[in-house]
Ligand binder design. Sequence first.
Ligand code: CA
Ligand code: CA
Ligand code: CA
Length: 155
Amino acid sequence: MAQISAVVLVVMTTLTQQQGTGEEIAPQNMNLTQAQEMFKQTYKELDLNHDLLVDLREFMEPYLKHDHDNNMAVTLAEFLQQAPAEENQEILTSDFRFHDQNHDDVISVPEMQSQFSNIDTDENKEITEAEFIAYGTKLFTEKSHPSFQQPPVGK
Ligand SMILES: [Ca+2]
Ligand SMILES: [Ca+2]
Ligand SMILES: [Ca+2]
């Protein structure tokens, strides 16, 4: 299973349903409650030191751990090495494109910072769980992240 990428929140293709059968649900089939549960889980994983705050360093970590040449930028090729299976590549690529704002196939520190600022609505340089969930809820309701869009028929 691919690690969380980001802000993403959403990379994850699936979430183990807490109640019931333990069956996994793809993000595009989730209802709002299930999506928020996924964001909560993602937030917990981002908060590496468990102080209930996510700072920029923690936020960038899911990307930067794929920065194999340590130049503080993550290329699409580096990012895809985390999950060689083909079905994962498609999901990861769409997530990568979501974060690569200038479409140069590199996620840079300024791009991560800009995403961070979008989520940090009170601009105190820390993302709280409430800020994170509010952002995720917006992605979900506006379907502005590719993970929440239905794949084209026949794919
Ligand atoms: Ca933290
Ligand atoms: Ca870029
Ligand atoms: Ca904040």
